[in-house]
Design a protein around this ligand. Sequence first.
Ligand code: CA
Length: 230
Amino acid sequence: MGKVLIIEDEKNLARFVELELKHEGFETAVRFNGRTGLEAALDESEEWDVILLDLMLPELNGIDVCRRVRQVSTVPIIMMTARDSVIDRVSGLDHGADDYIVKPFAIEELLARMRALLRRITIENEESSRKQTTVTFKNLIVEKENRIVRRDETVIELTKREYELLVELMENVNIVLSREVLLNKVWGYETEVETNVVDVYIRYLRNKIDVPGEESYIQTVRGTGYVMRQ
Ligand code: CA
């Protein structure tokens, strides 16, 4: 489920929340003031999935804890505030809290917010890791992780060289790549092949990725090389 750090000086509330979270399958730790809470939050041997942070805390208030955690970490933070004032909410969110909950709250509401937050974080992480491994050009999609090329939903079968040539062009959109550069990148510096092999492979590639009757995705720049322009 995840590991939750509860920073809350009202001991009864802290213990109640801890008990409920444990019951839901979370691992928990509790700190009763801002200073020890911050220490736990920044403890590099711990990996928190969520921090539940009270606003009004002894020694170091919740806003300060939040601000200092945010300088080094993106861990999700839910502020717990006894005062339902707009200023508190805004200032909590301004200092990097992801959400807030107003005391007294029903435990179900806290759980719902935690789940929503964790779900959002998971989706964001998946999206950002997908972005790094996926290259797109118009409706062409290359999934580099599993070397799959699609036009919309249709998978296009490419040879190794065709694939590498396409990725090189797609990763350099709007940059004209000379035959020599493509040769070096795709075939390697030690290659003995003639530069016109690039033209041959561009033709193979066009036959596979282009829509018949429509302008080619790969443009020829006369005397220079090739480019995918967007
Ligand atoms: Ca408090």
